[in-house]
Design a protein around this ligand. Structure first.
Ligand code: ZN
Ligand code: FE
Length: 265
């Protein structure tokens, strides 16, 4: 989940924590958008000078909810070739519990460098970067890993891009990096989870661990559609989901997660 520091999320961490308690969660990890150097796509993230403020903000919520909800610090870090050194430094500097890696193709810098006017070629480029991001070893989990389907929904077809996805997933599976099932996809142009069921099945075949995320940019979205997400995961063959503490993967049976959830809609 996010904080107002990224300039496109609302609500204090405590409000997210409150909703998490209502939903029966045992803990939450804040993964706001990473600061980046060189003024790289600055309007959707904290500035490097705000990093300490972010850490303090999450710490404040952690203390306020101690004993009721386990609140932890993480980061959603951008993967953009050439900036690996920066993410490495961030990871060294902060005690993150979970680092998400994101290929945000809709950023100006990404489009300027990689958009060549062919939507399917752009999707291929995205999945290549997804695999590359896993291979850097900088990230625990790849965030919303089919987000590119929203770039040009009319050109999104698993029949066309399936082989490229398979090749990327083979590379990702070899790294041991997890992938996210992000429920906020339901609110995007292509109204399905990121990734959708077809790709989730391909991930399951390769035994890639899945982390459930709501990508909340508003407190009301915490644990949104988690019950439905667990149903989809079971339907494609998953029996457990994962989360990270101290950047170490923990697995938990889907039945146990379902039993703990409350207050769903
Ligand atoms: Zn965001
Ligand atoms: Fe993201």
């Amino acid at each position: 989940m996010h904080t107002p520091l990224c300039k496109h999320a609302q609500g204090d961490p405590e409000e997210y924590a409150e909703q998490a308690v209502r939903r029966g969660l045992k803990g939450i990890i804040f993964t706001c958008h990473s600061p980046m150097p060189d003024n790289w796509w600055p309007n959707v993230r904290m500035s490097p000078e705000q990093l300490d403020e972010y850490i303090a903000m999450v710490e404040r919520a952690r203390e306020a909810y101690a004993g009721r909800l386990d609140v932890r610090l993480g980061m959603e870090s951008d993967f953009f070739p050439g900036y690996e050194w920066w993410i490495e430094r961030l990871n060294e500097r902060c005690d993150f519990h979970h680092v998400l890696g994101s290929v945000h193709f809709f950023g100006k810098d990404y489009r300027e460098r990689y958009w060549k006017g062919d939507p399917v070629a752009f999707q291929r480029c995205y999945f290549g970067h997804l695999a590359e991001s896993a291979e850097t070893g900088l990230f625990d989990t790849l965030a919303h890993p089919d987000l590119v389907k929203n770039h040009s929904p009319a050109d999104w077809d698993l029949e066309v891009i399936g082989e490229d996805i398979a090749a990327a997933l083979d590379r990702i599976a070899r790294t041991g990096v997890a992938m996210e099932l992000n429920t906020s996809g339901l609110h995007k142009t292509v109204r399905e989870f990121n990734p959708g069921p077809g790709m989730l099945r391909m991930m399951c075949e390769r035994r890639i661990p899945v982390v459930l995320g709501s990508d909340s940019h508003h407190p009301g979205r915490v644990a949104s559609h988690f019950e439905e997400a667990l149903d989809v995961l079971e339907s494609v063959g998953y029996r457990s989901v994962s989360y990270f503490l101290g950047r170490k993967r923990q697995d938990i049976a889907i039945g146990e997660v379902r039993a703990s959830l409350s207050g769903g809609i």
